[in-house]
Write a protein that binds this ligand. Structure first.
Ligand SMILES: [Zn+2]
Length: 95
């Protein structure tokens, strides 16, 4: 016997529920557009800004983070499209 209205239905949700604390609030890390290694953690491999619910960054810091990432993109320090990512990874074996 199967009932569709079971008490627990936790399928279909695949969000990584990890740290819920904003790392910028917790560690007091300044968001700097020159800090590429930091910003790179909030950019997906396709050059997109990772949504807040994935990173756990608070709204305030996500805003300044997005601003910093955009600034950094403008200076060509971060990729803004998959093509750029490809270029970076393929740059080493250039004939
Ligand atoms: Zn924060």
């Amino acid at each position: 016997m199967e009932s569709n209205t079971g008490p627990r239905r936790e399928r279909g949700r695949k969000f990584i529920v990890k740290p819920k604390v904003c790392m910028f609030c917790a560690d007091k890390v300044p968001i700097d557009y020159k800090n590429v290694s930091l910003l790179g953690r909030f950019v997906s491999d396709r050059g997109k800004i990772v949504p807040r619910r994935r990173t756990g960054v608070c709204a305030k810091h996500q805003r300044s983070l997005a601003q910093a990432i955009k600034r950094s993109r403008f200076l060509a320090m971060l990729p803004s499209s998959p093509e750029h990512v490809y270029n970076i990874s393929g740059a080493e074996k250039k004939a």
